[in-house]
Design a binder for this molecule. Structure first.
Ligand code: ATP
Ligand code: MG
Ligand code: MG
Ligand code: MG
Length: 474
């Protein structure tokens, strides 16, 4: 079954069960400074879960565009190396706002996977939050779930939170055992909970019950609700008999374009495969982020996009691509996904400009940065502790706009270490310095302001230190 068909079957299944289909919201969360990007289907319903907002429906179904790069859920570094992570992906989700709860959420999910999609129950496993006896009883009622398949897990895996604050709750996840060949950990005793790709997490059913505020206090939500999320790319790979998301039809045309451009084939050389997967993923993220109004810059969301684009450009070198290529790849993404996401068409010319501009600028300095990095790799390889110092990584960043991720990728390839903490410290130092110099600047401007007021003959009245201190933000 093709990705597009899975998406529409999901929407139809839940529509038939009384859910209102709702469009995906933007990757830039509306009025929510706590969150870098929309990282799950529930984000657009956050205020509904919290009881601050209501809709004219109590059940909804979506296919939500998501980005997990930067922020609490950050998969940027996994991309290319695991079989299941993307920075950009589509999350299929059904939601209940104080309507049905655990029992129906479990029943629907099971029926959709095993009846609609025809996944063999013999391969499915379920995890629940460690003290959620109710979830266990409900799963026990599912007759074709084989015995012994319900596993209790701790907070890290089975308590879901959108970010450091906001709605959250215990959850229950459905996993598929893809067999020993998929155990990238290489262990014979690999079991559910292992971080490798064998027990692939397909669907997370969150039993939304709490809101967490900034000081960590948990309060009960007005009505227990349901929030679920299933990665479309994972389901597509499973149904197409592939062990890697990137081998599903959703990525076929993108990898195809990279094969054309590079003259190399996917599936013959692991290094080439990593590069093609990273570029394919990052091209999707770039296309969708630009369409939602994010532009590459040096801070916040724009900096995450810049890191993503630059990492793609660097992996182009692994493929031996001599000329700019990003625009050609993002074009395939926009063409392929324009059917499901018509808004992509509106930003076609902006996307072309942004990719060409960013790639052009970075290509100029990438070469110089890479030469210095190669030299440094040779130097530290000869040392006892084979570690690229944080100060060096910072210098590359500061001089060439060389993102940390690229240093990390190259260090991993060469089997040497890198001082991430040292780099972060240098970054923090620079931020402090620029904050201080901004302050000095403000003081100077203020001083000039007061002088000019005095020159205009205005008298200032002394009202006490308290008030001056209270008003001053310097
Ligand atoms: P994993 O443990 O594999 O990293 P997760 O527990 O972080 O997944 P959830 O936050 O539960 O994922 O998100 C719900 C669903 O979205 C997952 O079950 C999975 O199918 C999908 N998903 C999550 N992260 C990604 C990703 N980076 N790329 C593709 N699909 C993802
Ligand atoms: Mg994860
Ligand atoms: Mg998980
Ligand atoms: Mg999960």
């Amino acid at each position: 079954m093709k990705g597009n068909e899975i998406r529409s079957r999901f929407l139809q299944y839940f529509e038939d069960k009384g859910h209102t289909p709702v469009d995906s919201s933007s990757l830039v969360p509306k009025d929510d400074p706590t969150l870098l990007f929309t990282n799950a289907g529930m984000v657009q319903f956050k205020t509904v879960f919290m009881g601050e907002d209501s809709r004219d429906y109590v059940r909804a179904v979506t296919s939500q565009r998501c980005v997990r790069a930067g922020g609490k859920h950050n998969d940027l570094e996994n991309v290319g190396y695991t079989a299941r992570h993307h920075t950009f992906f589509e999350m299929l989700g059904n939601f209940s706002f104080g309507d049905y709860f655990k029992e129906d959420a479990i029943r629907y999910a099971w029926e959709f996977l095993t009846k609609e999609l025809g996944i063999d129950p013999a391969n499915l496993w379920v995890s629940i939050f460690e003290d959620d006896d109710e979830a266990e009883q409900l799963w026990d009622k599912i007759e074709d779930l084989p015995k012994g398949r319900i596993v209790r897990m701790g907070e890290k895996d089975n308590f879901w939170a959108m970010g450091d604050t906001g709605p959250c709750g215990p959850c229950s996840e459905i996993h598929i055992d893809q067999g020993p060949a998929a155990a990238t950990c290489g262990r014979d005793d690999c079991k559910l909970g292992c971080d490798c790709d064998r027990y692939l997490e397909l669907w997370n059913l969150v039993f939304m019950q709490f809101n967490k505020d900034a000081d960590g206090t948990m309060t009960r939500l007005p009505k227990p609700s349901i929030d679920t999320g299933m990665g479309l790319e994972r389901v597509a790979a499973v149904l197409q008999g592939k062990l890697n998301n990137f081998e599903s039809d959703l990525f076929g045309p993108i990898l195809g374009r990279l094969e054309e451009l590079s003259g190399k084939k996917y599936g013959e050389d692991p290094k080439v495969d990593v590069a093609m997967r990273v570029i394919a993923d990052h091209a999707r993220a770039t296309t969708f982020l630009v369409a939602d109004g994010v532009l590459p810059s040096n801070e916040g969301r724009g900096y995450v996009l810049r890191r993503i684009m630059r990492r793609a450009v660097r992996f182009g070198k692994t493929l031996g691509l001599q000329k700019p290529f990003l625009d050609s790849v993002t074009r395939v993404v926009a063409d392929e996904m324009g059917g499901a996401y018509p808004h992509l068409a509106d930003s076609a010319s902006l996307l072309e400009k942004v990719t060409n501009n960013e790639e052009g600028r970075f290509r100029e300095t990438l070469e110089n940065g890479l030469v210095l990095l190669e030299e440094e790799v040779v130097r530290v390889s000869g040392l006892k502790d084979k570690t690229i110092p944080g100060s060096f990584i910072f210098k590359l960043y500061d001089t060439f706009g060389f993102p940390f991720d690229i240093v990390r990728d190259i260090a991993l390839e060469k089997g040497i270490d890198f001082d991430e903490q040292g780099f972060m410290d240098e970054m923090a130092n620079q931020r402090d310095k620029s904050r201080r110099s901004r302050k000095d600047e403000q003081v100077k401007v203020l001083g000039e302001g007061v002088r000019s007021l005095a020159a205009e003959g205005l008298k200032t009245e002394f009202t006490g230190y308290e008030e001056v201190a209270g008003k001053s933000r310097l």
